[in-house]
Design a protein around this ligand. Structure first.
Ligand code: GLU
Length: 299
């Protein structure tokens, strides 16, 4: 059965904006008959289990329910390795020896989009690769050859269009993005796609800072033979300077705000009368969700 999800990274305690996104993801899933799942995206923050546990406790405390025990990405190494070997077997991956600096300084095709990988390592000879590998002193990153079969040099970048319930059709670049990093850890884009498919997640609701990642993820899902999920990228919460919420903004975590007040603030930001998340269910209407960021002023 299909599911929605919330997938926090345990880098810091959840703030009111993260909690609001979680509430929205839960509302989207529960009002469309989906299961709701929780996943801890701990590949980058693998030692922060205490933060992860607190995040799950906070989510439960505001009334969010999930249908299976939370999954942890660090337990899914085999899943990611299988996907990577499937792609490698189809010759869709290549080794990349570039540092961030190499990428920033590489010459770009005239119309290459900002931030897209310039393709430096995509057409090296076997001899070049042997030499670069020996110089590197760490395993190379692996990149997806996004337009395999196309003429070299590569066209500026492939694009892919996703359908987003709030943003409509969104077209973004799909460059030769990293699927396994230079430290051997599966890249975020790969891990998310593989996990969502493994958990039958077909509805991805998250902050709109991740909208530009969705074409890459949907493209990869399609390559791996997975269904593309439906997306809803919700407006973020910002401070009164228009910046992301941070500790210096004052009381922003559940421990500081308190459960009752946090739910009241979230309800208020969405225009609902509610003292529990359950109360929000009958009032939830995706078409009426605020499209602008919520400017949070701790009270
Ligand atoms: N773990 C990611 C984050 O906290 C979100 C992953 C996703 O929703 O796809 O930014």
């Amino acid at each position: 059965m299909n599911a929605g999800r919330f997938a926090p990274s345990p880098s810091a305690d959840l703030h009111i904006g993260n909690l609001r996104t979680a509430v929205l993801a839960w509302l989207f899933a529960r009002t469309t008959g989906r299961r709701f799942l929780m996943r801890v995206d701990d590949l980058d923050d693998r030692t922060f289990t205490d933060i992860a546990r607190r995040q799950l406790e906070d989510l439960a405390a505001i009334g969010i329910t999930w249908d299976e025990p939370a999954q942890w990405q660090t337990q899914h190494a085999d899943r990611y390795a299988d996907a990577i070997s499937q792609l490698a077997g189809r010759e869709l991956l290549y080794e990349c020896y570039c540092s961030r600096r190499d990428i920033a300084q590489a010459p770009r095709a005239p119309h290459a989009p900002e931030g897209a990988y310039p393709g430096t390592c995509r057409d090296l000879t076997d001899a070049d690769r042997t030499e670069r590998r020996a110089q590197l002193g760490r395993p190379p990153a692996l990149r997806l050859r996004t337009d395999a079969g196309a003429e070299s040099p590569a066209p500026p970048a492939v694009t892919h269009t996703v359908h987003d319930l709030l943003h409509g059709d969104y077209t973004g670049i799909v460059d030769d993005f990293v699927v396994r990093r230079g430290d051997g850890v599966p890249a975020y884009n790969l891990a998310v796609v593989v996990d969502d498919a493994a958990q039958d997640i077909d509805q991805v609701v998250r902050g709109d800072d991740l909208l530009p990642s969705s074409p890459r993820q949907a493209y990869l899902a399609r390559l791996l033979g997975y269904p593309e999920p439906t997306y809803a990228h919700v407006a973020l919460v910002l401070n009164s300077d228009g910046a992301r919420l941070a500790k210096r903004d004052g009381a922003i975590t559940l421990a500081e705000i308190g459960v009752e007040r946090a739910i009241a603030q979230i309800a208020d930001s969405l225009g609902y009368q509610a003292s529990t998340v359950e109360d929000m269910l009958p009032q939830f209407d995706p078409a009426k969700l605020p499209r602008e960021p919520w400017i949070y002023r701790p009270s």
